[in-house]
Design a protein around this ligand. Structure first.
Ligand code: ADP
Ligand code: MG
Ligand code: ZN
Length: 478
């Protein structure tokens, strides 16, 4: 059965620096409850909002990414509802009616479907900038049963983008691919770190065979976008196959049980009493637009195509593109003369793997050595001065532990130097050699140990030593 899927995606501007209308920190997670607050984001009487320049610039940059028409002015609207997590009793948002205007409306966004390597497109209905509310905590039981509610306003006022698509997505996997690509694009422009807990939430709408749509709320990760929609697809399909009718409703995604459940009634549009915010004049100036334009220079699609254009496989290129510091280091190292395919292996597979192994964050630029280091490693391997395994086995783990260490100090003994050592060790250990020829494999371990001892402080890959000794001994046998 044919599905139509449209998404409402909320993304926090975690990298904006401040909240949307005050100077409190946009990265609220590190504070004890109710300490990242001020009169503005607590909604105290007399407090006045001042729009954050960086949030407005990031929202405009996002609008440009989505190829939206940008209006002449950005107008903020009050949306009223009454809930403990909203201290002013209204949220400052943007709305296309009641005299307001969203950051933009009517865009088209292209995203990569990594299942088929096809670029798909989805129409964007609108993008708006709004405040995140505070966080309600139900310490005993659930929202329905807890006798007390705790509220933490650290999040109150954090800038949030709401991006609404048209129902152009054809499957749960496409929906997931779109969200992943969108988040990556927003990470590239410096808007969000999507790996922070709660950095984005998705409401997903799905209908089958032109039937009624169901909205699934509370989806907090990209894999759950796919899971929740796949569940809802099966649920609706079963109803239709049994001759039933799908009701238009809002459901809740229960991530633990992996099911969607009916949700309480929500306010209707009229009940929000939308009105233009009288405390905030319309904003939009040339310099803001210029700043936004400068932000969108670096985009995942350009990076991906730059890498594949240099003979790297799509899989490897995509794996590098998804980790921004890796992509930056890769491109610079190639420009410095490194071999693209070799670097794709060293950066995208081996170094990334080593970082993961020792539990270091691959997304943190501080964990990446300079491009010069990678360009040099690539040259050493290309010239045959070192086998790739010697570098991945010894140099990369050391770099991962200390990305600033100098290559001179951590390079192992060269293969040619090691071969000479191997020859002299063989010449000086006739007994071990005889033992080896009479079938005692242990003698080989002894010889490997002797070579490694002579190499001294500068490490050498034992696998390389073993290989060289075997080669030399087999030559001798003949
Ligand atoms: P609301 O006013 O309830 O927010 P909208 O018309 O703004 O509803 O649409 C909200 C979301 O629902 C959008 O992402 C849109 O793409 C999606 N949507 C609209 N119609 C359908 C449909 N028939 N099937 C699936 N999704 C739909
Ligand atoms: Mg809506
Ligand atoms: Zn504040």
């Amino acid at each position: 059965m044919k599905a139509r899927i449209g998404l409402e995606i909320h993304v926090q501007l975690t990298q904006a620096g401040t909240k949307l209308f005050c100077g409190c920190d946009s990265e609220y997670r590190k504070y004890p409850p109710n300490t990242n607050v001020c009169p503005v984001c607590l909604g105290l009487p007399g407090a006045l909002p001042v729009p954050s320049r960086s949030a407005v610039v990031l929202a405009l940059a996002a609008a440009m990414l989505l190829n939206c028409r940008i209006p002449k002015a950005i107008v903020f609207t009050r949306k009223h509802y009454f809930y403990p997590d909203l201290p002013k009793n209204y949220q400052i948002t943007q709305y296309e009616r009641a005299g307001g205007a969203p950051v933009c409306m009517g865009g088209v966004f292209e995203y990569l479907d990594p299942d088929s390597w096809v670029w798909r497109s989805v129409r964007i209905r609108r993008l708006n900038l709004e405040e995140d509310p505070g966080r309600s905590i139900y310490p005993e039981g659930s929202i329905l049963s807890s006798p007390i509610v705790l509220v933490d306003y650290n999040r109150s006022g954090v800038p949030l983008l709401e991006i609404v698509t048209e129902p152009d997505l054809g499957s749960p996997r496409e929906a997931r691919a779109l969200v992943e690509y969108l988040l990556l694009s927003l990470e590239y422009i410096g808007a969000v770190n999507p790996r922070l807990e709660g950095a984005f939430r998705v409401d997903a709408n799905i209908s089958l065979e032109s039937g009624e749509r169901v909205e699934v709320k509370n989806i907090g990760s990209t894999i759950e976008v796919e899971r929740a929609l796949a569940y809802e697809y099966r649920r609706q399909k079963l109803i239709l196959e049994h001759g039933g009718k799908v009701e238009r409703e809002t459901r809740h995604w229960d991530a633990a049980r992996r099911v969607t459940k009916p949700l309480r009634h929500k306010e209707e549009e009229e009940e929000y009493l939308y009105m233009p915010n009288p405390d905030l004049p319309p904003v939009l100036t040339r310099p803001l637009l210029d700043e936004a334009r400068a932000r969108i220079k670096e985009q995942p699609r350009r990076v991906f195509e730059w890498i594949t254009g240099r003979g790297v496989s799509r899989e490897a290129a995509w794996s590098i593109t998804q980790v921004l510091p890796a992509a930056r280091v890769f491109m610079k190292a190639v420009e410095m003369g490194g071999d693209p395919r070799l670097l794709a292996r060293i950066i995208g597979v081996d170094y990334k793997g080593v970082l993961k192994e020792i539990d270091k964050d691959v997304y943190d630029p501080k964990n990446w050595p300079s491009p010069q280091v990678f360009a040099r490693l690539s040259q050493l391997v290309e010239r045959g001065e070192y086998p790739l395994e010697a570098l991945t086995g010894i140099v990369l783990p050391r770099l991962a532990r200390d990305p600033k260490s100098s290559l001179q100090e951590i390079l192992p003994e060269r293969a040619s130097g090691v071969r000479e050592l191997v020859r002299s060790v063989i010449a000086e250990n006739e007994k071990a050699v005889k033992d080896y020829f009479s079938g005692r494999e242990k003698a080989l371990d002894y010889l490997v140990g002797q070579v490694i001892r002579r190499v001294g402080k500068r490490a050498v890959d034992p696998r390389l030593v073993r290989k060289l000794i075997k080669e030399e001994l087999e030559n001798k046998r003949r």
